[in-house]
Design a protein around this ligand. Sequence first.
Ligand SMILES: [Cu+2]
Length: 125
Amino acid sequence: MKRHILFPLALALAASTIMFGTSACSSKTSTASEEDGPAIAMTVHVKDGEFDPRDVDIEAGGTVMWINDDVASHDLQFLVPNKLYSGVIKPGRAWIHTFTSAGTYDYYCDFHNTMKGSVVVRPAP
Ligand SMILES: [Cu+2]
């Protein structure tokens, strides 16, 4: 006579992977200091689903800083050239870009297609 004794499997599934939110802390303090980085020629505030100012005008070699003062994330998808993309700019974050070539750079927010802006880069004197 055979007896099958079933041992209850102690669920060793206590291997609960505890994920600590590794805050991608790329603390890029965007201080507009001329010693630490490029001088900011123009600052655009992103607030209430708008770029303010919507259109900016700089000289070639100028740097523009976009500051997300909104509660939502935004980004900048440029039409030309090379489909420059800012990446996601979270609330409280900023993105800077230096425009080396003259031209008109139209962009929009990929999340909110009604958000549009442009950067007109004039030739350096
Ligand atoms: Cu947006």
